[in-house]
Each structure stands twice: as C-alpha cells, then as structure tokens.
Design a protein around this ligand. Structure first.
Ligand SMILES: [Zn+2]
Length: 148
C-alpha cells in the first residue's frame, strides 16, 4: 500500500491511542495488516516503481508534517508516533535506494514481501483508503479537540 495511506491510517491510530508507545506499536501492526489487503502495485519496472514511490514518499512526508501541525498540542507526539510506526516498515525502500540494502532482518523483509497482493488495476483501492483513513483521522481529531 502507498506509504501516504500508511501515514493516514497511523494518524487515525495515533489520534485514537492513549499514548505514543501504544500508537507506535499499533501503527507498525497496521502496516502489515494493510499491506495484506490487495492494493495498487506490481510495477512494470524499476523506473515505474520509482516514478510512484518518490512522489508517494514526498506526499507521505508532507501529510505527516501537516497532520502533526494540526494535532492538538497535547496529542501531537502520540499522533506522530502512530504515523511513524505505520510508515516505518517501508523504510526499506529508501534504504535500498541509498545504501543498497534493507535495514530490517531478512525474515522481516521476506514476510513483508510475502504478504503483498499487488495489481496495477487497484489504484482505486488507494484512493478509497486515503479517503477513509484521512477522513476518519480528521473527524476524530476534530472531536478530540472539542473534548479538551
Ligand atoms: Zn509495506
């Protein structure tokens, strides 16, 4: 799944969590759960992968910064921890690009790769996930802000 969608689901998890540790742990777990859902991918070649991955990575960072800034001050670290945990397993992509290897143990990479169910026809899954996770995170964040 696109890292931007992992970030949005992590924002929802962080907003719903009691603290940063819980948010981070559920964020990491959510990454693998979402990657097991059939999603967009199975790129034609490395160029095609990079075309999508670089834009997605930059969008994910922009979303992470925006949502961190939008989060109520008292919830900011927990929301950021949820997003960071949810995005962290995909750190293997930029690491491979820069350092030529994954930062994770081989069994983690094998598991991560093995759960992917990708197809080029599934871009609508990513759009729906962005709408659901982004909408739910912003709605819950607004509710939390009113509760203060
Ligand atoms: Zn992943």
């Amino acid at each position: 799944m696109l890292v931007t969608n992992h970030v949005l689901s992590g924002a929802l998890i962080g907003t719903a969590s009691r603290g940063p540790g819980e948010a981070f742990a559920f964020g990491v777990a959510s990454h693998f759960a979402l990657d097991a859902v059939p999603h967009w991918g199975d790129w034609r070649d490395r160029q095609h992968f990079l075309h999508v991955a670089v834009r997605d990575g930059l969008a994910g960072l922009a979303v992470m910064g925006t949502i961190t800034a939008m989060a109520p001050a008292g919830r900011r670290l927990t929301v950021l921890a949820g997003m960071a945990g949810a995005a962290l397993p995909d750190a293997d992509k930029p690491f491979r690009l820069v350092f030529g290897r994954s930062p994770w143990p081989r069994f983690v990479d094998r598991f991560h790769q093995g759960i992917q169910r990708e197809a080029l026809s599934r871009a609508p899954v990513e759009v729906a996930a962005a709408a659901v996770f982004g909408g739910a995170a912003l709605t819950l964040m607004r509710k939390r802000r009113r509760e203060r």
